[in-house]
Design a binder for this molecule. Structure first.
Ligand code: ZN
Length: 495
């Protein structure tokens, strides 16, 4: 994710990109207090919300199973203020004996739940949908959960939803914790799965989702568009676009299909920007290796989101970033590279917990800044020196990069603070200063290759850098990632 600056004239200042977007979030406590309703027969103890114990979002995710695949069907009426009809099919493997299955789901009406074809009881507890199948599930079973529900694009009061309402339809922005406002899921980045999307929309609208299309079926006055991901994906990276869109196709490096989704009426203005993508992919590949997915492209949403988002294979951008004349060209391109870099750092290699967010944003900021230096002569060193000067302040406000403070009450998106952007790119700069450029570049390549399609922790990164440099970098990283104060910069005693 990257916040869009609202005053586009001095975009070099990292602080500009830290303003919170206009989203407002409901206090979790208020939400918890509002909703414990039992819909069918429940087991003896009252259903309770569970989580996987994420330090920043304790209630996200659920223990006892691992999702293998989601199959999501949405039927769109043509109005983005009406709930969509939806069916979510989850194939999961249990990792414990389970009498109940907790799913994260908090913003839609559930009509029915089936587990392995049999009706199941269900209840709401906090932000969980608690499912009680007719018989308990044993550890190691493969189970299929079908939920028929609505998916409401109008966000709950005081909280941004996963759906983003655009001028001509819908897009999705689930990071960090709102996929479960769209569909029932195990809403934590540690549980990646394959996704299939089936979107039915009235004629005249085009639907696009993560991955590649596998079918277009016309029936009467509607069309159903099917997409499938070729790689596992976290719920926070799901994307579904519905709108009066044109899908543009071009070839990326070694034949990679590049497809962009633009509002048809803005196509002419946006196309010159989109032509830059293949060159940017090639630039990234030269630095870290092959692009990790089956396709890439930009979704230019006709909406004011306040941010850009690296939804897997199809990054979400505000149209205004490209049509507002105040942004210098090099700056817009560097933001395109930021979201592109996330496809390796954050998507293919996902964070194991939200405290590992610096690995996403630090690397995306790093390649954003490197690109600006190489293509527009914007000094990386000057940017890092400025970040060094601000780093203690950022740490005081947001915590050290790898131990960020919890989100501000009512604004969960506030974990996206400067400490994990330029503050974390600064850690990578310090590492490069410490171990030298060639070794640093080997660490980067090996990181995305070794953890491809998986999740990784901060400790994994420390281990890898130590392994490749042939030195124990534990103390170095302890100070840079967890210190209250910013350590001295190697090679820059004057800073
Ligand atoms: Zn980002």
């Amino acid at each position: 994710m990257l916040h869009t600056p609202r005053t586009p004239h001095t975009p070099h200042s990292p602080a500009r990109r830290t303003r919170a977007p206009a989203r407002r979030r409901l206090r979790a406590a208020a939400l918890l207090a509002s909703a414990v309703s039992v819909c069918l027969v429940a087991a003896s103890a009252p259903p309770a919300p569970l989580g996987v114990g994420d330090r920043l979002f304790p209630h996200l995710g659920n223990p006892g199973y691992d999702v293998v695949a989601y199959d999501l069907s949405f039927t769109y009426s043509g109005s983005n203020s009406e709930p969509l009809k939806a069916v979510t099919v989850i194939v999961a493997r249990t990792t414990a004996d389970l009498e109940r299955i907790n799913l994260d789901f908090a913003h839609g009406k559930v009509d029915s739940v089936e587990v392995d074809g049999e009706p199941a009881a269900f209840a709401t507890a906090g932000e969980d949908l608690v499912v009680t199948p007719g018989g308990a599930l044993d550890e190691g079973e493969r189970t299929r959960i079908t939920v028929r529900h609505s998916s409401d694009p109008v966000p709950p009061e005081n909280r941004g939803g996963g759906w983003v309402r655009t001028a001509d339809g819908l897009a999705m922005a689930n990071q960090a914790d709102v996929a479960h406002l769209v569909f029932p899921c195990n809403d934590h980045p540690s549980d990646k799965a394959r996704f299939t999307f089936r979107v039915t929309a009235p004629d005249g609208l085009t639907a696009v989702a993560n991955g590649l299309p596998t079918g277009v079926d016309r029936a009467g006055a509607t069309t159903t568009w099917t997409y499938r991901t070729g790689h596992p994906m976290a719920t926070e990276l799901a994307q579904v676009s519905i709108g009066r869109s044109t899908v543009l196709h071009r070839a990326g490096p070694h034949g990679l299909p590049v497809r962009d989704v633009v509002p048809t009426k803005h196509r002419a203005a946006l196309e010159p920007w989109l032509e830059k993508t293949p060159g940017q992919i090639a630039w990234m590949e030269q630095r870290v290796g092959r692009y990790p997915f089956e396709t890439y492209g930009l979704l230019m949403a006709d909406a004011t989101t306040g941010f850009e988002l690296e939804t897997q294979t199809l990054s979400l951008f505000e149209r205004e970033l490209f049509t507002e004349p105040g942004y210098p060209e090099w700056y817009v391109e560097s933001i395109m590279v930021h979201e592109l870099a996330h496809q390796w750092f954050g998507n293919s290699v996902g964070p194991a917990t939200w405290s590992d967010l610096w690995l996403n944003e630090g690397h995306a900021t790093w390649y954003e800044a490197l690109y600006a230096q190489e293509r527009a002569d914007k000094s990386l060193e000057a940017r890092m020196k400025a970040a060094y000067g601000a780093s203690d302040r950022w740490r005081a406000a947001g915590g050290p990069p790898a131990a960020p403070k919890p989100p501000d009450p009512g604004n969960k998106i506030s974990i996206f603070r400067p400490n994990v952007y330029d503050g974390a790119a600064l850690v990578l700069y310090a590492l490069r200063q410490e171990i030298g450029r060639p070794v640093f570049e080997r660490v980067e390549r090996e990181w995305v290759s070794r953890h491809r399609d998986g999740t990784a922790t901060t400790a994994d990164f420390v281990r890898l850098a130590s392994e490749i440099s042939g030195r124990d970098l534990g103390d170095f990283f302890q100070a840079w990632l967890y210190g209250e104060k910013t350590p001295p910069m190697p090679g820059h005693p004057d800073w």
